[in-house]
Design a protein around this ligand. Structure first.
Ligand code: KG4
Ligand code: ZN
Length: 358
């Protein structure tokens, strides 16, 4: 990046169930990154409860920001700007962050930049690996699932995405169906390691349809039916059944994502394929994507897990990129529950338990 190298930004994130703040520099140094999760608060409810999330953000945000500054060894006066997630997401949480950021900007006179949460994820490979434009981003988490061709800090083309659930949601629901702990992704991956992916045949949703759109809700229903059939036939599930179901499910998700990625790379033949989002932690998926990238002659970039999941550093970085392009927001910055990255694309269908997918 030619401009913005010497900038230092605070980034604030509160759009879902993580309260996060970080200090990042324009020359790609993460001086601090603090994340307070809320998993325990929502554990009894089978999903994120927006009111509980908003209250927890409001209670924790200022402590989170204080810790991020302390760990960076900086004061507010040392910063060049404040970036905050202004959407998309659960509106109560987004509002908490935006109000805090406005207060800090008004009190210090520092510039304020409202960041699109999805842009934060999508620009992360530039922070972690210095990836240049253009590149293809596959964003796969509990709330997001889309392919984006990234041509600039504010130039995104959505090539496809889920028409129903996000893949992380499907992992979480499959874990629930099988009595495995939440979050479901790591639990399903662990169980799958002992399983035989070939014992059960699960569908490969939307592979018969051209393009890069994805669907995961049918896969979840297929797992439900498989479980019920086994329980009816055997009177219960054995440990081996759980492992085999998890292995089959994980293989189905990885194969579908790999094939759609192949198509996305054919539509957008760029030098780099990057992933972000919690599901990008899945080893089977990473291997499948790495292979697809290799076959297409593209470099494969997967940021460290802590920067794949929700965090403040990606917001600070996206803020720096926007600021370097001349973007500033006033104290009238709005919190937006929906905010599509690609203004040319039709709005996406479906909104999962983690909030709007934009
Ligand atoms: O990005 P993230 O932390 O939060 C948002 O959804 O924004 O992603 C969390 C999701 C959860 O659904 C979780 O089950 C999934 O990522 N996940 C995984 C793995 N680790 C986390 N899914 C599959 N395999 C994993 N190893
Ligand atoms: Zn996210």
């Amino acid at each position: 990046m030619a401009t913005g190298m010497s900038l230092t930004f605070l980034g604030i994130e509160s759009s879902c169930d993580d309260t996060a703040a970080a200090v990042v520099t324009g020359d790609r140094r993460i001086l601090s990154s603090v994340v307070f999760g809320q998993t325990a608060l929502h554990a009894d409810f089978g999903g994120v409860v927006p009111e509980i999330a908003a209250r927890a953000h409001a209670e924790k945000l200022d402590i989170c920001v204080e810790q991020a500054l302390a760990q960076a060894g900086l004061r507010l006066a040392d910063l060049d700007g404040i970036a905050v997630t202004a959407g998309p997401g659960l509106i109560g949480g987004v509002l908490s962050g935006v109000m805090l950021a406005k207060g800090l900007a008004a009190g210090t006179g520092l510039p304020l930049v409202g960041v699109n949460h999805l842009a934060g994820h999508a620009l992360t490979p530039r922070l972690t690996d210095g990836v240049g434009f253009p590149y293809l981003m596959l964003l796969v988490s509990g709330g997001h699932c889309q392919f984006l061709r990234v041509d600039g800090p504010d130039d995104f083309t959505r090539l496809g995405g889920t028409i129903d659930d996000a893949p992380g949601e499907a992992f979480d629901k499959v874990a629930k169906l099988l009595g495995l702990p939440q979050p479901g992704g790591p639990a399903v991956e662990r169980a799958a390691r002992q399983g035989d992916p070939a014992r059960f045949a699960l569908p490969r949703p939307l592979l018969d349809r051209p393009g890069c759109d994805l669907s995961f809700s049918g896969l979840k229903t297929a797992v439900l039916r498989l479980r019920d059939d086994l329980v009816a036939a055997q009177g219960g599930l054995h440990q081996g059944d759980r492992a085999d179901i998890c292995a089959a499910f994980q293989r189905a998700v990885a194969e579908v994502l790999a094939e759609k990625t192949r198509r996305a790379l054919a539509l957008a033949p760029v030098p780099t394929l990057a992933v972000a989002g919690g599901v990008a932690a899945n080893t089977a998926l990473r291997h499948a994507l790495e292979q697809v990238a290799g076959q297409a002659g593209a470099r494969f970039v997967a940021p460290p897990l802590a920067l794949c999941t929700d965090n403040g550093a990606m917001i600070a970085w996206a803020g720096i990129e926007a600021f370097a392009q001349g973007r500033r927001d006033g104290l009238d910055l709005a919190a937006r529950p929906r905010w599509p990255l690609d203004r040319k694309a039709a709005p996406m269908l479906g909104a999962g338990k983690r909030g709007a997918k934009a």
